[in-house]
Write a protein that binds this ligand. Structure first.
Ligand code: SF4
Length: 246
């Protein structure tokens, strides 16, 4: 096997080794989920810095792949959400999407199907994507946690801490130009803030080199359709960034 050549490759290899050693029960040094999350953050920063140097039309190779992330995730039992799930919802879409949508976690329909955003809120998200002259196949859709919280409650901090490194790695593999955070949980997690979604939405934020546009969650729009206009304004900003004509 070739030794790692770049910082990102080195971090990926280190994280995989620590993750494996943690599963073997190794003790005596820090191979906790928190340490893996730090490595994932360094890796993302390294990848983001590299992608900023690359021409926009060619994202360039990345040491990370969605397949490797899925393999490492396995039949995950890293948090208690595994106990109640029917199916783990990894995420789906284009492996090199310019736009990634991130929600909070799977609901009942997603838990049964293993696919993200397929229930009523998902159908509204599909309409939003199509309004942007895109298809679901052209974007990537994932969640902060990959297993359904019981009763559709919000994911708790330790559950997010266990699952987020995998989403971070997915985003590192995809190298999108922008991430659209759907709802307060996704936006506050990605931006590491407690600021309400109503004050976060409507403008791009920088998250360690990642451009993030927070907006309202489609399930919130189903209950409050009067906010659809605000979401469309946010989508128009993303379209402008991606140079998609209205
Ligand atoms: S929510 Fe994430 S960390 Fe928790 S069991 Fe599911 S895949 Fe694993």
């Amino acid at each position: 096997m070739q030794p790692p050549e770049t910082m990102d490759e080195t971090l990926q290899a280190l994280r995989r080794s620590l993750d494996q050693m943690a599963r073997w029960g190794c003790r005596g040094f820090d191979c906790s989920e928190q340490a893996l999350a730090v490595l994932a953050r360094w890796s993302h920063q390294s990848t983001a810095a590299a992608s900023h140097k690359a021409p926009a039309a060619d994202k360039g190779p990345t040491a990370e792949t969605l397949e490797a992330v899925r393999t490492d995730l396995g039949d995950c039992t890293r948090c208690r959400l595994s106990e109640h799930r029917t199916r783990l919802v990894f995420g789906e879409g284009a492996a090199q999407a310019d736009l990634v949508f991130v929600g909070e976690g799977p609901g009942g329909d997603e838990d049964r199907s293993g696919r993200p955003f397929v229930g009523p809120a998902g159908q509204l998200l599909t309409k939003i994507i199509e309004s942007m002259h895109l298809t679901r196949d052209q974007v990537y859709i994932g969640n902060i946690v990959k297993c359904r919280p019981p009763g559709n409650r919000l994911p708790e901090a330790d559950e997010i801490g266990a699952c987020l490194p995998f989403l971070t790695r997915q985003i590192s593999a995809i190298q999108p130009k922008v991430v659209c955070a759907l709802g307060a949980c996704a936006a506050q997690t990605l931006l590491d803030t407690g600021t309400p979604i109503s004050r976060l939405r409507g403008r791009f934020h920088d998250a360690n080199g990642l451009k993030v546009m927070p907006t309202f969650h489609p399930s919130y729009l189903l209950r409050h359709p009067e906010h659809k206009r605000a979401v469309w304004e946010d989508m128009k900003k993303i379209m402008a960034l991606l140079r998609i004509p209205l």
